[in-house]
Design a protein around this ligand. Sequence first.
Ligand code: SF4
Length: 184
Amino acid sequence: MDRVSAPVDTRITRPRLATAWLGGCSGCHMSFLDLDERLIDLLARADLVYSPFIDIKEFPEAVDITLVEGAVANEDHLRNIQLIRQRTRILVSFGDCAVTGNVTALRNFFSVEDVLTRAYRDSAIVNGVPHSPHLLDRVLRIHDVVTVDHFLPGCPPSADVIYRFLEDLLAGREPALQERKFGS
Ligand code: SF4
């Protein structure tokens, strides 16, 4: 599968920040909320233009930094991450599910048919009709699908780690916490 790459540099004076949620438990976003009063400081320095925290339906154009939680587990995730990559200058693989597959990828030990039957067909029927996106054959890490600029591992990464990481990125510095390299 060809990996989608970053758009050309569209740097603007006030960074446009986004967070997105694919196949994860939302724990990484809960950790982001644990920034507490530091959220005010962060949002004084960047515009939050897309996130599960705000009511924006369509991922916007020209985003400077996007944190992506979760692995790529179904066709909706696949479409979303490719769109996010096309519209994001710096894409961050946010948390262990995004970086390694982690909990989300446990279903790779089972057949898609068995998972569908147990978790979807038997339990997600709406008005007698199956109501869920098609599962991919295997759960994929973000960097299996698109080019990733930075990795922010942790399950979830702590609020302190998230804050220091975003401080560096917003200041135009290389984040200092990349002790481990992922990707191939
Ligand atoms: Fe949840 Fe951990 Fe995955 Fe984050 S890395 S989405 S906290 S399971």
